[in-house]
Design a protein around this ligand. Structure first.
Ligand code: AQP
Length: 333
């Protein structure tokens, strides 16, 4: 067994577009640190989940490879972390089917993501959109994960995985580790630059609202300069100043400064100086990663070899759990 004494963390990322600064500051950057904090990390790109919404096939492939290269560029360490593409590990789809049969219609109907996405894609309310929590439970339970890092809005996913695991364990005896949600200590929530009341999202129709981690410096500068703020000019955290609060949150996350320090730094200077300063800080943070990223994507053979080599590592862990489950439910092996 690999690193059995360490607590295992599982996290998967959707590759329906280029990662945003929100994904980076709210999740990826913290997840990369966890591998140095003594956890046994299993990370993956959730390309099967992406299919619940209609995708352009060539784009899905491109975004998946791009996301893989980006995490490597961030310093994901394959000696410590298993990092694979979900569709290359067939055990996910197999366990998901079994878990479908241990999940109730009522509990799936209560998932807010199903309600949101079916309202957004009313012309394609497919069965996958409804049962995706079973696939997500399979993703987590296959690896006997102790913790799943989640934003506060995603706790419901871990809760349903816990319910399914407890139900299964209750019928068949201990089979799955019951996972705990892990709310990150430094998990900044980044809002859209154009609408600071909604979160920055890959799928935002207004691309000026989101900073893509691959945006060039001029684009980053332009987007920050156009960021929506209020009619005031003081760089101060406060109620009704959602745009400025968001920019301060980004600046704080990138520079490590506190809000008080930022207020002092920009005392009497106004938004006109603050916005380019935030842009510069973000550009400097992303620059070395973008440079490494360009080297990695230029070497297609290396990238392909890397994700291909990771799949069997994940399969070996996943198959142990799947075999146990198959035996318990009465499938001939
Ligand atoms: N704006 C955000 N601020 C902080 N954290 C965020 N995350 C996403 N947006 C923000 C966190 O990023 C992790 C990976 O998310 P994901 O790739 O699985 O997809 P998502 O949460 O659905 O992200 P998007 O960008 O909003 O994608 P779309 O537009 O496709 O829905 C998660 O831990 C998430 O909390």
């Amino acid at each position: 067994m690999e690193n059995q004494e360490k607590k295992r963390i599982l996290s998967m990322y959707q590759c329906t577009g280029t990662f945003t600064l929100g994904n980076y500051l709210g999740a990826l950057r913290n997840h990369i640190k966890l591998q140095e904090e003594g956890y046994d990390c299993v990370y993956a790109l959730a390309d099967l989940h992406a299919l619940t919404v209609r995708q352009v096939p060539a784009e899905l492939r491109k975004y998946t490879k791009e996301a893989y290269a980006f995490l490597l560029a961030m310093g994901l360490n394959l000696e410590k972390t298993v990092f694979f593409i979900q569709s290359q590990v067939p055990q996910h789809a197999e366990l998901a089917w079994i878990l479908n049969c241990y999940t109730q219609f009522g509990e799936l109907s209560r998932m807010t993501q199903f309600k949101d996405k079916s309202a957004k894609h009313a012309d394609n309310i497919n069965a996958g959109l409804f049962t995706y929590p079973c696939l997500m439970a399979a993703d987590i339970l296959l690896y006997q994960a102790d913790y799943v890092p989640v934003g506060a809005d995603q706790k419901q996913h871990v809760e349903i995985a816990r319910d399914i695991a407890e139900r299964f364990n209750g019928i068949y005896g201990d089979t799955f580790t019951v996972p705990e949600p892990m709310i990150p200590k430094h998990g900044a929530r980044v809002m859209s630059l154009q609408n600071p009341l909604s979160k920055m999202s890959k799928s935002d129709e207004n691309q000026n609202g989101n900073i893509s981690v691959l945006d060039d410096p001029d684009t980053i500068m332009r987007k920050f300069k156009r960021a929506k703020t209020d009619s005031g000019s003081e760089v101060r955290f406060g109620e009704g100043k959602d745009g400025v609060n968001n920019l301060m949150g980004i600046y704080a996350a990138v520079t490590g400064k506190t809000f008080e320090e930022i207020e002092r730094e920009f005392e009497g200077k106004g938004y006109g100086e603050f916005k380019p300063a935030v842009a510069e800080a973000v550009i400097a943070e992303l620059r070395p990663i973008q440079e490494r990223y360009r080297e990695i994507v230029a070497d297609k053979a290396f990238l392909e070899q890397t994700y291909r080599e990771q799949a069997p590592r994940a399969q070996a862990i996943a198959q142990r759990t799947l075999s146990k489950v198959m035996k318990k439910v009465g499938l001939v092996q």
